[in-house]
Design a binder for this molecule. Structure first.
Ligand code: TMP
Length: 251
């Protein structure tokens, strides 16, 4: 690492570590090879996952920036490290669903694979101890995390991200079934996309494959014990890399 020196470990999550640096306006993100599911009830070490998620996230953040969507991303540093702007993360997991899958089908009588048009926006309160509960608008208002304008902006940005990513993935034969993003406030007070965007946080189906298990190219392979997790992430990287400029190295 040349452009900055690492400082204190600020936060360790299930799949990443966040470090301060010698620059106030820069933090470093290390992508780990750890995988968890079901609120960390299921855990594994998947060699190579951290590098793939770092590289995929970098390409996707750069694509969002080209689409005019603000993010915390600055550049890649090396295989598993990314440079980002410090943000105050909003403790809301923002999920956009284009096709019914996962928890939606467990909680509501909607068959897996049902196309959701318009896409469904679900907000969850980010708190592992509480199991990331689904928020209602009234509960979100009660928590006082966002003004009505900020809540509107959060939803608008999530749907813009959906549009940008959905068309990018479609170009490489992948269906963006759903995804989760986290957003935060930049030093200037703007809401920006933060965290990561990778097969850990998206459901991606191979449009050329009909088999409902074989088409899965995301963390559901790990959740459902289907095997080939890192291989699937590698396939996503290869396809996205084929249509994106090389990720910029932070200097
Ligand atoms: P869900 O169907 O389990 O609610 O997941 C919706 C999307 O959000 C899916 O693409 C996976 C992603 N997700 C995360 O990134 N982190 C999580 O903790 C959960 C529960 C889902």
């Amino acid at each position: 690492m040349t452009a900055f020196s690492l400082g204190a470990l600020l936060y360790e999550g299930k799949a990443k570590r966040i470090y301060a640096t010698d620059q106030d306006d820069l933090v470093a993100v290390e992508f780990k090879d750890d995988a968890t599911a079901f609120n960390a009830l299921k855990k594994a070490h998947l060699a190579g996952k951290g590098e793939l998620n770092c590289r995929i996230s970098a390409l996707l953040f750069e694509h969002l920036i080209r689409c005019g969507i603000p993010t915390h991303y600055l550049g890649v540093v090396d295989a598993t490290w990314m440079a980002v702007r410090p943000v105050r993360v909003i403790p809301v997991e923002v999920v956009v669903r284009n096709v019914a899958a996962g928890s939606l089908c467990k909680q509501l009588p909607i068959a897996a694979g049902t196309v959701l048009e318009p896409p469904l926006l679900d907000l969850y309160y980010k708190d592992d101890a509480l199991g990331d509960p689904l928020l209602t608008e009234a509960r979100l208002e009660r928590l006082g995390l966002l003004t009505p304008e900020q809540r509107q902006r959060l939803g608008d940005l999530a749907l813009q991200v959906n549009g940008a990513l959905r068309s990018l993935f479609a170009r490489v034969g992948l269906e963006l079934v759903d995804f989760k993003i986290e957003l935060g406030f930049s030093a200037e007070g703007a809401i920006v996309v933060a965290d990561e965007i990778s097969p850990d946080t998206c459901r991606l189906w191979d449009l050329q494959v009909n088999d409902p298990q074989d088409r899965i190219l995301d963390k559901d392979r790990f959740r459902q014990d289907l095997g080939g997790v890192v291989e699937a992430y590698g396939e996503v990287f290869k396809r996205v890399q084929g249509v994106c400029p090389e990720a910029g190295v932070y200097r």
